[in-house]
Design a protein around this ligand. Structure first.
Ligand code: N7H
Length: 450
């Protein structure tokens, strides 16, 4: 089995708290930092074992991860075997389709060296802030803050839902030998997520075993604009109201209803009971008896976000390895009345909202970057078997066209899948991010400390 006391707690199951702070830092005194890391910071780091046992979870769960610049600052010269990590996310920006003028300056500024990130998760921000000050006191000035993002679950009945209103966190792959596979859930070898475990074919330094690459993205969501788009382009299913036809369009863009119920199982109406049942809510693969999966989009468009990012049987049952574990959390406030009334996101930076996106994988090029670049952004390729002749279309949620501007999405209208619906703007804007390595606790103790 896996050494769960050695694997940081966010990677396989997620820290899953209502508040999570991403504290990006620069190492200003590497010698002191290395001395303090093993002695004073390691005791704060939460393992998978600790997260699994809710009764012994600390009040604030803490994980730490380092960028390539950070490892270099600590004198680590080993090649971790991931070229995208080594080069950093800014160098990947154009491949990802990003417009770097939209990036927050701290992810770009060469003077603000972003060496690492602390992830602090708890039920209350007070706990987070007090744990952070204990850590900072222990570090005694050896790091400085570059930037931070306070993530938080949305209030009331929107808890667990992201800002567009959709339930998130339903589908992550099961890990062989660790998790119980639910019906319909992908099962992957541990080495697809964890470096150095079975299924990771890349040569790595031995100390990197049980670490994972963390792709962080600050993804702004234009919520009032998205809501207006659904109303303006509501579908025209005869037995549905206008509101229901607007909901239907959103569900077809996502591949799930706001409740989380998959449209492949319940194509024309939401089903909250199905949504809440883990034995059923992932139990689909886009095929149906007497149904041509290569042409029939009546249940789910090829371009739906969940289908683009996990094509299931579209890939001809191939045991594809392009899987990630997602552990993000929403950030930013609820839509204000003024924004809702004007159908426009405020330009006030304090009102920016979106998803603090976190993906874990043993290879960024096979995981996050592949999903974004090769699948989500790519209208014609090829997250499907060669027998498919129709274009798959870009992911209407996260797909980024090479040059910004209007794009057409086919397949969204169940009554006429050949009809293109024009999106004049993206509803998710990348504000940038960084690639990190989340090391094992023993690597923190023995390799990164002194
Ligand atoms: Fe996505 N959303 O909340 O609207 N995503 N995602 N994602 N996503 C999923 O199945 C969302 C993003 C994946 O196994 C759900 O757990 C938003 C990126 C994958 O069937 C919802 C943003 C990437 C899956 C969202 C965003 C992915 C998935 C359904 C950006 C990778 C699982 C809930 C702001 C490059 C697919 C669920 C499967 C599901 C949303 C980003 C990947 C609701 C708002 C950047 C692999």
């Amino acid at each position: 089995g896996l050494n769960l006391t050695n694997i940081q707690g966010d990677i396989l199951i997620g820290m899953k708290k209502n508040k999570e702070l991403f504290f990006f830092f620069s190492i200003v005194d590497p010698t002191s930092f290395k001395a303090q890391l093993g002695a004073d910071i390691l005791p704060f780091i939460t393992s998978t074992t600790q997260v699994l046992d809710v009764s012994t979870q600390p009040e604030t769960l803490v994980n730490i991860a380092f960028s390539q610049k950070g490892l270099t600052e600590l004198g680590i010269t080993d090649n971790l075997g991931d070229t995208l990590f080594a080069a950093g996310q800014l160098n990947d920006a154009s491949n990802l389709g990003d417009t770097t003028s939209d990036w927050v300056s701290e992810f770009i500024d060469p003077n603000n060296l972003l060496h690492g990130v602390l992830l602090l998760a708890s039920d209350a921000t007070d706990n987070i802030n007090s744990t952070l000050s204990q850590i900072q006191n222990a570090l005694n000035g050896s790091i400085s803050e570059v930037y931070s993002i306070q993530g938080q679950a949305r209030p009331g009945d929107q808890q667990g839902h992201e800002h567009f209103g959709f339930m998130d966190g339903i589908s992550n792959p099961a890990i062989a030998g660790f998790s119980t596979q639910l019906p319909g859930q992908a099962l992957v070898a541990p080495g697809i997520i964890l470096v150095g475990e079975g299924g990771d074919g890349t040569a790595r330094p031995s100390w990197a075993t049980d670490g994972s690459f963390l792709a962080f993205r600050q993804l702004e969501q234009r919520v009032p604009e998205f809501t207006k788009f659904l109303i303006d382009n509501a579908l025209s299913e005869p037995n549905l109201t206008a509101d229901q036809n607007a909901e239907l369009l959103g569900a077809r863009m996502m591949g799930r209803w706001k409740s989380g119920a998959p449209i492949d199982l319940t194509p024309l109406a939401d089903d909250p009971v199905l949504a809440a049942d883990p034995q059923q809510n992932n139990n689909f693969n886009y095929s149906h008896p007497g149904f041509n999966i290569t042409t029939d989009q009546s249940h789910c468009p090829f371009s739906a976000h969940v289908r683009k990012t996990n094509p299931r049987l579209d890939l001809n049952n191939a045991n594809f390895t392009n899987h990630i574990i997602r552990a993000g959390i929403p950030y930013g406030p609820e839509v204000t009345d003024a924004e809702a009334a004007s159908n426009t996101s405020s330009t006030d930076p304090s009102l920016e909202r979106g998803l603090a996106f976190v993906a874990y994988q043993s290879s960024i090029g096979t995981g996050f970057a592949f999903l974004q670049q090769k699948w989500a952004n790519n209208a014609n390729d090829k997250n499907c078997a060669s027998s498919y002749s129709l274009p798959q279309g870009q992911d209407p949620i996260i797909g980024i066209a090479p040059e910004d501007g209007p794009r057409s999405v086919g397949g969204l209208d169940p009554l006429d899948p050949t009809r293109d619906i024009t999106m004049n703007q993206d509803f998710v804007i990348s504000r940038g991010g960084e690639y990190f390595f989340s090391p094992s606790l023993s690597a923190i103790q023995n390799t990164l400390s002194a």
